[in-house]
Design a binder for this molecule. Sequence first.
Ligand SMILES: [Zn+2]
Length: 117
Amino acid sequence: MATRKYFPRWLPPTPEQGAALKRIRGRQRAVLAWWIALIPISWIVIVATRSDALFVPLTIFWIAFGVEFTSRMVEIRCPRCGENFCRKTGSPYIYALFNRQCENCGLSLTPDETNRT
Ligand SMILES: [Zn+2]
């Protein structure tokens, strides 16, 4: 087990950490949008091709990429403590999409929340 660093949970992120947090938030939104897009896109494909022949391959393709994107997101390191930012112990994989806070050091994606006392 690596040495675990402790930071006060209220400590606001530095400008560099803030920029990294913005990237994490953007990634979360992009991956979430990818999952949500599966529904309208499969609809469009069925309507456009007037058959559901492409539905299964498209869904498999979409899910394969979605899992890849999601797993890459889980690997993102917290800009402050270096632990996996999005991973939450004991939670389903998909939870990484909604995690707003580093479980290890408490660094939050929403600066307003950290500044509130
Ligand atoms: Zn952290």
